[in-house]
Write a protein that binds this ligand. Sequence first.
Ligand code: ZN
Length: 249
Amino acid sequence: MTRKTYEIDSKIFNVIANVIMTGKKEIRLLDEKNQPYQKICGFIETDHTIFHPQGGGQPADRGFIGDAEILHVSLEKTAESQHILHYYDFEKFTNIEKYQPGDRVELRIDPEFRFQCARYHSAGHLLADIVEKAFPVVAVKGNHFPNQASVTFVFSDADDSFFNSLKQDAKIRENTIKDLQEKFDVKVKQAIPVSISESDQIRKISISDRVMPCGGTHVENTARLFGTSIFEITPEKKPPGFKIKYSCA
Ligand SMILES: [Zn+2]
């Protein structure tokens, strides 16, 4: 079981933890061109971690354990417990292979990448809130990866007139984007606090008045989302809805 220190405080960038388990496993990684490949990596599990694993629409944190660069972080669930495994290249970083359960190691994450991921994640939640208030839709999917972020919405009623006009009329798409951007910028100016709560063991994030179960890292208020650009709306056929792309400069 790994305690998720990043859920309690997303501004801890280095920490000492105890090794629980080490090993090797084949995982899927992406190369520079974003193409997937399989690689056998070493892994290390610690009693707690500041590394957010990949999941919930958010990428894994970047950083180091000892000298070893962490290539991937995943949350692996068994019936009894949850383990967060930090993967590294054991051929390059042979020192880390010597760690035994109980040894103390230093974990360090990249603060800039953490901040950028938090901005993308919070921006996705805020965008979902704004769009759900503007249209009869529900947000069904969020991709908060920097430079490829989007939120997908599905219509909650059977009236498809807006869907059809979105599909056919570029001017309507353009005006919709402009209108949503203005609404977003108002919320950014208001510097609305982002708060985290927990009830019935479910972690919840509230931004504006949207409360969502979420395990991600977030900014402390919406002023941190300055520079967010909502730039594309694409109708999606099945089920009827649309996808909105955004980026955080
Ligand atoms: Zn979330």
